[in-house]
Design a protein around this ligand. Structure first.
Ligand code: HEC
Ligand code: HEC
Length: 491
């Protein structure tokens, strides 16, 4: 089927990617600067383009079932219909051209966080890259070093212990997260998926029962209302017990498909200059080599961002959690989300006093969080040692950007907006004086206080004694971790 033919089928079925505005959409619209608005529209258009292109693959689908799962996962990730206002696919916050994180430069520069399907709601964190996330193990405790290891999300709360797969459990979070895709019930994601062109492929892979669900007559109306659902009616799509079980199982399979795409070679592919160098196909420049030596030596980056070891892939994370003392990011709109929005929802009751305690907060308040994994109270005793810690992110693709001036945000709250800045921070956190945010010297001659000093790492960070040139060399080494390298594409 050609792209145009797919579009024609979609429109005939009333399923155009540019669906008519859902009721109440006006109330949910954000107000962005013209530049931000323009970039958001470009990303949305790119998502439509990639979705349409991917849909053409349904005409001649792969025969291999694993590839079928990966294809389904990709279609789900680029599907705006899985968000309440039909405007936000997963990919909105995870685009390939930036290594599967946020590809709106102006948001990265200003807010750090991204708006949800209800555009006035922002989350408290920067979108992580989902490349390599599918390789994170099921969350477990290693009593030797006293580390929790694995899971997905900055706070590891997608543990993977129910489905045996953190990435799959992660994918069950955004659809009903009120500040992300905003559906009021997971059954809405299943219902919306049942109306999409990939339905037949889904049934082929996962079975004909997947969407054999008796939907209540008001399902459209219920699913057009942004969540969260009320405490009095937590599952507003009213289904029989058997249909609820089926919907839950199908939702799990949607999530497993997404995890399949995340683990696929399109997403997690080990094709950086670093990989080519390891394979002996290319040599590092002198500066890159110096940076690599510092990364594993004087800079001590390797203590957490592991570059491999016996039997270990170089993933540039060890999937443990640390507090490196990042300052809070005062630009996060989340701090101001302490008043009911147009729909009466308060995202952040703590307002400006909010502190992100990361893994510790998940362990102590898991039952209160918008989180997809089963809560395991046995880990409560580890909460104190994990307050303030967040998962070590992979450094693969940290420098992947569509053009040199494109701004990326770094750290769980997006406080840092350049690689040089974060390396300078590791180098000088404990040697430069403290200053307030917006001080003219901020980031060069002084640093704001950490968001929290609880469990802050001091053994491998804060005072590295690196020269300016050494900082630059580490930055240049990190640029070799961008996937899609071909020996001829760069000198
Ligand atoms: C509005 C922006 C937004 C949307 C939409 C969104 N995400 Fe995310 N994503 C984030 C943020 C923010 C985080 C970190 C959240 C946290 O730690 O609490 C994240 C984290 C992740 C991670 C964890 C990576 C890791 O290393 O642990 C994965 C995987 C991921 N998202 C995949 C998805 C999928 C799949 C969807 C759609 C079902 C999706 N995202 C929709 C913003 C978004
Ligand atoms: C003690 C463990 C540890 C060490 C040592 C360490 N890091 Fe990190 N790194 C982290 C953690 C944890 C984060 C997330 C920080 C946050 O969100 O506040 C992070 C974040 C980053 C990020 C942002 C990535 C992103 O996608 O947001 C970069 C870049 C980075 N580190 C580079 C380095 C470099 C370069 C070094 C050595 C100079 C280094 N790290 C040393 C644990 C560590």
């Amino acid at each position: 089927m050609s792209v145009a033919a797919v579009a024609a089928v979609l429109i005939a079925a009333g399923l155009s990617a540019c669906a008519p505005n859902a009721p109440g959409k006006a109330r949910d619209g954000g107000s962005f600067s013209p530049q931000t608005q323009k970039e958001i529209e470009q990303v949305e258009a790119e998502i439509d383009r990639m979705e349409t292109q991917t849909l053409t693959r349904l005409a001649a689908p792969p025969t291999n079932q694993v590839q079928q799962v990966e294809l389904l996962g990709k279609l789900l990730m680029f599907d705006k219909q899985l968000s309440v206002n039909r405007n936000e696919a997963c990919a909105f916050c995870h685009m390939p051209d930036v290594g599967f994180t946020g590809s709106v430069s102006e948001l990265n520069r200003t807010t750090g966080a991204y708006p949800g399907s209800v555009r006035t709601r922002f989350s408290s964190r920067k979108p992580q890259s989902h490349a390599y996330a599918a390789l994170s193990p099921v969350l477990h405790y290693n009593p030797g070093p006293g580390d929790l290891v694995g899971g997905n999300f900055w706070d590891m709360r997608a543990t993977g212990r129910r489905l045996g797969n953190p990435a799959a459990e992660q994918a069950e979070g955004p659809p009903t997260n009120p500040v992300e895709m905003g559906l009021p019930d997971t059954a809405c994601a299943v219902y919306r998926a049942s109306r999409r062109p990939y339905r037949a492929m889904f049934e082929k892979v996962w079975g004909a029962q997947a969407f054999a669900i008796a939907w209540p007559r008001n399902v459209e109306q219920v699913c057009n209302r942004p969540g969260p659902a009320s405490a009095a009616d937590p599952f507003p799509v009213h289904l029989s017990a058997v249909d609820r079980g089926r919907s839950n199982a199908t939702f799990d399979q949607m999530a497993q498909s997404i995890a399949g795409f995340e683990a696929s070679a399109e997403d997690t592919n080990f094709t950086s200059k670093f990989d080519a160098m390891l394979a002996g196909k290319v040599k590092f420049t002198a500066q890159e080599q110096a940076g690599f030596t510092l990364f594993t030596g004087k800079g001590q980056c390797n203590a957490c961002h592991r570059d491999g070891g016996p039997g270990e892939d170089p993933l540039f994370t060890d999937f443990t959690a640390s507090n490196i003392g990042s300052p809070a990011n005062p630009r996060l709109p989340y701090y101001k989300e302490n008043r009911p929005d147009a729909r009466g929802y308060v995202a952040n009751p703590d307002g400006p006093a909010f502190i992100d305690y990361g893994v510790g907060n998940f362990l102590s308040n898991g039952h209160l969080l918008s989180q997809p994994s089963a809560v395991d109270a046995r880990w409560l005793k580890l909460a104190a040692a994990n307050q303030g810690r967040v998962q070590v992110p992979t450094l693969r693709n940290v420098d992947k950007r569509p053009y040199p001036g494109f701004v990326k945000a770094y750290g769980h709250n997006g406080y840092f907006t350049s690689l040089k800045e974060i390396v300078h921070f590791y180098n000088t956190r404990d040697t430069l004086p403290r200053c307030k945010a917006h001080d003219p010297g901020e980031g060069t001659t002084c640093w704001p206080a950490p968001e929290t000093t609880l469990n802050m790492n001091t053994s491998h960070s804060g005072n590295l004694g690196l020269s300016n040139a050494e900082e630059d060399a580490i930055v240049s080494f990190m640029a070799t971790l961008t996937d899609g390298f071909t020996p001829t594409s760069r000198p």
